[in-house]
Design a protein around this ligand. Structure first.
Ligand code: SAM
Ligand code: SF4
Length: 463
């Protein structure tokens, strides 16, 4: 745990000089350059409480998000392949000691039918999620699962990027995982606070804080360029957790020349028969949650921020503009739950935690357009080797938008033609027209040509 400097973070949180209005205003001014912040500057912004400065913080986060990412929101769905687990995390329904949870590991045929369901909804990106289990979720199984996911093609629709959220591996195992054709490897530290970590993870391999903390080092050493970090908010003080999460991001950037591709900010949700989750020890209210999102956006302007359907629809809407760049939609958190015949009680007895946003992909997509966000189903970057430092270079030079906007528009158009309901087609179609009008001459004509190809029946059009 040597690079998470608990002592320094605690000192920053106790330093009353960082609770100074003129300092906070200066930091906000500097944030507008979208060059990132130090830990100290981030700590000063986390101290903001006055409504006017809080509004200025949100406004600045909106500006920076718009500058780097524009109004795009990338969509994905999780796929839970097993809820068997040998760990005992106090907050999770999948914990080993939860004898009331119905255990299920999908067969390859079941994985294929889940993917058929997701492809029929219009999804192009899947996040494969698994409990940690030496037999049920070993590397061979993950390999077969990923192969099964990529194998499904339905009328031009298919999953084009599989990200994974699984237990940490050794360098050699990560090399094998990379060879399966994954996009991002995600693993959340849950809490960076060492003592709290030990309490929350009383047994199993996950008890080892350092093995988990250095997972991203090993993944990067193994050549996985895109790694996603995160913390489970609610386990310890959220200001501490935010600074430690940023500490991790800065540290990866310093040592490997690439920061994390994404940061996830799950909040602890109620989980079936989990001792802790119905009463988070450090519950994070909505206002603090929005504040920490805005601070992360300003501290690491080029890192994607993921928000899942754990959160309620109304809050998700507010958070889109504060810096979120990827969202899940139409999600289920138990293995096999996408199958339309799933009985709702049975699903509850197998799910990881309760969801806050139950809307379908179509409803979320339409809502994004109404709110002025462009839904993107793009998966071009990693298939064009724009990962790791190559992605960062493009992002930092301001050029990623030139590629992403046309790709977002063409994949969204594909979604509208193939999957959208009539009302979403109408709202989405008008939205696409407006988005094209905003483009400069060259990008506009490139995008128009891509749209012509999509509309004449070609699929997976990107550059
Ligand atoms: N088992 C692996 C692990 O723990 O890293 C990967 C999958 S685990 C299902 C994915 C994530 O779910 C965890 O990292 C944790 O942050 C999140 N999670 C677990 N219980 C949760 C809860 N009650 N509310 C919200 N998120 C939760
Ligand atoms: Fe297992 Fe992951 Fe749930 Fe912990 S969070 S019990 S490791 S599935």
């Amino acid at each position: 745990m040597d690079f998470i400097n608990e002592k320094y973070i605690s000192e920053l949180l106790e330093d009353t000089r960082l609770n100074d209005r003129s300092l906070q205003k200066d930091v906000l001014k500097r944030s507008r350059e979208a060059k990132g912040l130090t830990l100290k500057e981030s700590a000063s912004l986390l101290n903001i409480t006055s409504p006017d400065l809080l509004e200025e913080l949100f406004h600045t986060a909106r500006e920076v998000k718009e500058k780097i990412y524009g109004n795009r929101l990338v969509l994905f769905a999780p796929l839970y392949v097993t809820n068997s687990c040998i760990n005992n995390c106090l907050y999770c329904a999948f914990r080993k000691d939860n004898s009331l949870l119905k255990r299920k590991t999908l067969t390859i045929d079941e994985i294929k039918s889940e993917i058929e369901f997701l492809v029929r909804q219009g999804h192009k990106r899947v996040l494969l999620v698994a409990g940690e289990h030496p037999k049920k979720s070993n590397l061979q199984f993950i390999h077969d699962a990923i192969d099964a996911i990529y194998s499904i093609h339905l009328n031009g629709g298919n999953i084009r990027r599989v990200n994974v959220n699984t237990a940490p591996l050794s360098v050699d195992e990560f090399k094998i995982l990379k060879s399966f054709g994954i996009g991002t490897y995600q693993c959340f530290q849950e809490t960076y606070h060492y003592e709290t970590y030990q309490q929350m993870h009383p047994s199993g391999p996950k008890h080892d804080y350092s093995w988990r903390l250095y997972a991203m080092d090993r993944a990067l050493q193994a050549g996985i360029d895109d790694v996603g970090i995160g913390a489970l908010f609610g386990l310890t003080d959220c200001k501490f957790e935010t600074l430690a999460l940023l500490n991790h991001a800065f540290n990866l950037d310093d040592r490997f020349g690439i920061g994390p591709h994404t940061i996830s900010i799950p909040r602890l949700e109620p989980a079936f028969n989990a001792p802790l989750s119905h009463k988070p020890p450090f519950a994070v209210d909505d206002s603090s949650f929005k504040k920490l999102l805005a601070v992360i956006r300003l501290a690491v302007p080029y890192t994607g921020i993921i928000l899942t359907t754990r959160e309620r629809a109304e809050l998700r809407r507010e958070m889109f503009s504060l810096g979120v760049s990827q969202i899940s939609a139409g999600s289920r958190t138990s293995p096999g739950a996408y199958k339309e015949s799933q009985d709702i009680m049975e699903e509850h007895e197998m799910e990881q935690f309760q969801l806050g946003d139950h809307r379908t992909l179509d409803e979320v997509v339409k809502d994004c357009c109404v709110l002025g966000f462009l839904p993107s189903f793009c998966t071009a970057c990693y298939r064009s080797s724009r990962t790791g430092d190559r992605f960062m270079e493009l992002a930092k030079s301001g050029n990623i938008g030139k590629l992403c906007v046309p790709n977002a528009i063409s994949t969204f158009d594909e979604y509208l033609i193939d999957y959208a309901s009539d009302s979403t087609k109408k709202v989405g179609g008008d939205f696409v027209t407006k988005e094209i009008e905003k483009l400069d001459g060259v990008t506009k004509s490139k995008t128009m040509k891509m749209l012509e190809r999509v509309e004449s029946g070609e699929r997976d059009v990107y550059y």
